[in-house]
Design a protein around this ligand. Structure first.
Ligand code: ATP
Ligand code: MG
Length: 393
């Protein structure tokens, strides 16, 4: 029999009445992801998503790797199905897991029986199969407390399934069950992680990047688009709105006091981002801000920045340490690209002494020197929409 995947549902199982909605979304998302790797049958029964190849042309390794990036899955295993019969189960253990088993110091068998009509209960299944394995592999000791390898047997409605240890899935909730967000994506380490974290909660994302040509180079923009492409592995297809931000920054530089440059610039970013978000049907803004990291990320500065928008702003990294953010960036595969040398518009015209405790009224007075609406409209007119190709394409 062919190999297949069993993906165990995560938090979805805690849902009540609307659980079906989450399961249907997860099935649709998984089918879409699998379609690149051949023909698969995708079904859900008993809190488990079954992904079965329908023919020999399927790229199982590619499909398996892609499954690891599907939100909504708590843990996953590759397994082999067989008849619900002890002889068939044992034969499958030997054929499918024998090579790995024979290299182990010790093992135990863990069984689950969700088909209660099966004559043996789970303890009896483990004892019976464990005894036969011990005979077949005399060099591998039985150790029920601390085995180096666990043979899993699941007797389910449809068949019996044999597999080795499971690995963790991507966690979170299925993409598309939590609405849509607009992520402010710079070329740094933080914002791709922030985007990933909001996406993990079932949210579809679009990205917005502020680009200050010629102060920031074409290469810096390419880098951001590459980060977005890397994010599609988890977050799905997206658009990046690249906003021409030079005029806004020059107007601030030419008219405002230096210590207010950054905070006023960030207020422009939020106004423009909000307009783009609404256009995409996105109901919140997401940034990689992290409390206390830089002058613009104090509580006071963030309050003054956030005062210009009327949709929620989420900052998934707010309480994390840099170390944790870097670890996460490495895990999701964005770190290497993020640390390539680049300029960001935030580092153009950086004041020597930025205000860490700006006062809203004073910032507004400073801003009154500018034609805010006209500058926002101009930046919006100067926005290029870039469709990001899917990671696997
Ligand atoms: P990052 O590593 O994400 O760049 P950071 O720690 O460098 O963050 P800032 O440069 O102050 O901090 O930016 C804070 C947040 O503002 C970023 O995480 C991002 O969400 C947003 N941001 C900054 N620069 C840009 C930009 N050029 N385009 C879009 N968003 C930006
Ligand atoms: Mg930055």
């Amino acid at each position: 029999m062919k190999e297949l995947f069993l993906l165990k549902l995560g938090e979805i199982v805690l849902k009540g009445q609307n659980r079906r909605v989450f399961e249907d979304k997860l099935k649709t998302n998984t089918r879409r992801r699998m379609s690149k790797f051949g023909q698969f049958k995708v079904t859900i029964t008993q809190s488990t998503l079954y992904v079965e190849p329908l023919n020999d042309d399927c790229d199982l390794d590619g499909a398996w790797e892609a499954c690891g990036a599907i939100f909504g899955i708590a843990s996953m295993c590759r397994c082999r199905a067989c008849e619900k019969d002890l002889d068939a189960i044992f034969k499958t253990v030997v054929e499918y897991l024998g090579d790995e088993l024979s290299m182990q110091k010790s093992f135990k068998v863990e069984s689950k029986r969700s088909d209660k009509r099966f004559p043996l209960n789970s303890i009896q299944i483990s004892q019976e199969i464990g005894g036969r394995i011990a005979e077949e592999f005399p060099n591998v000791a039985v150790d029920v407390h601390n085995p180096s390898y666990v043979v899993n047997i699941e007797v389910r409605e449809t068949a019996a399934y044999v597999h080795g240890p499971s690995v963790p899935g991507a966690g979170g909730l299925p993409t598309g069950t939590g609405g849509r967000a607009a992520v402010l994506l710079s070329g740094g380490i933080d914002s791709p992680v922030a985007g990933y974290m909001i996406a993990k909660r079932g949210v579809e994302i679009e990205c917005i990047h502020f680009f200050s040509y010629p102060y920031t180079s074409e290469r810096a923009k390419e880098k951001v688009l590459e980060l977005a492409r890397l994010m599609t592995r988890y977050c799905g297809r997206m658009t990046v709105d690249v906003v021409g931000f030079t005029k806004v920054q020059e107007a601030i530089r030419d008219n405002c006091r230096e210590e207010y440059f950054t905070i006023i610039m960030r207020r422009f970013m939020m106004r423009i981002a909000q307009a783009i978000a609404k256009d995409h049907g996105a109901k919140c803004l997401v940034t990689g801000e992290n409390l206390g990291q830089v002058a613009s990320q104090t509580m006071d500065a963030m309050a003054v920045t956030g005062a210009v928008v009327d949709i929620p702003m989420f900052h998934p990294l707010i309480g994390m340490d840099k170390e944790e953010i870097v670890t996460r960036a490495r895990k999701i595969g964005t770190l290497e690209t993020s640390i390539l040398p680049y300029e960001d518009c935030c580092t153009v015209f950086t004041p020597k002494h930025p205000k860490t405790k700006p006062i809203l009224a004073l910032v507004e007075a400073e801003e009154a020197k500018l034609d805010v609406d006209a500058l926002v409209a101009d930046a919006l007119a100067n926005t290029e929409k870039v469709a990001i190709r899917y990671y696997e394409d």
